[in-house]
Design a protein around this ligand. Structure first.
Ligand SMILES: Cc1cc2nc3c(=O)[nH]c(=O)nc-3n(C[C@H](O)[C@H](O)[C@H](O)COP(=O)(O)O)c2cc1C
Length: 175
């Protein structure tokens, strides 16, 4: 049985929901999983975990600033264990941008790091206009209009492929 840490960076909660599904799948394989918001990593002893997974969503082209900071500060430790990274964004709803080697945000993130995660995934996220501020809704609706996504003012659309999430969970359990 492995003790697995999943660190997540989320704004609206979709990355957390993905982490919770990963946790369910991995615990079905008799491993133990702890979910940790990335803000809490400085108070956590990372060395007690057998595997470390990081999941982060994209906002205006970037993962949260703590994500690259966490990776830079803990690269040696990450490399000493099985590890994985996944990105959540809505560009990934497009099949041609849905893979680790075709998703522009994941590619850019990896280019900026010397860390080479052992496993990678990209998951399409969620659009939830009623949740957004006036300005965010305006900007995201405009981007969606440009990229042929949902534009209705009150649209809530989940693009996440839960079968893909579950498959990644099994991969983490076995890595
Ligand atoms: C203000 C804002 C900016 C966003 N910027 C991008 C972006 O640049 N590229 C993209 O693919 N998705 C973008 N998204 C979509 C999010 O990545 C998507 O909603 C994701 O599910 C958010 O995950 P979270 O709930 O874990 O934060 C944006 C969403 C919001 C609300």
């Amino acid at each position: 049985m492995a003790n697995i840490l999943i660190i997540y960076s989320t704004t609206d909660g979709q990355t957390l929901r993905i982490c919770q599904r990963l946790q369910q799948v991995i615990e079905q394989q008799s491993h133990q999983v702890r979910l940790l918001p990335i803000q809490e990593w400085p108070e956590t002893d990372l060395s007690t975990f057998d595997k470390i997974v990081i999941g982060a969503s994209i906002r205006y082209g970037k993962h949260g600033p703590l994500v690259p900071e966490f990776v830079r500060r803990n690269e040696q430790l990450l490399n000493s264990k099985p590890n994985a990274f996944f990105s959540v964004n809505v560009v990934a709803r497009k099949p041609e941008k849905s893979q680790p080697d075709t998703n522009p945000y994941l590619l850019k993130f990896l280019k900026q790091m010397s860390w080479k995660p052992k496993q990678l995934a990209v998951f399409a996220g969620k659009i939830d206009y009623p949740k957004y501020s006036f300005l965010d809704r305006l900007v995201i609706r405009f981007i969606m209009w440009m990229t042929k996504g949902p534009t209705k003012r009150d649209a809530v659309v989940e693009f996440t492929d839960w079968h893909q999430v579950e498959a990644f969970g099994r991969l983490i359990g076995n890595m």
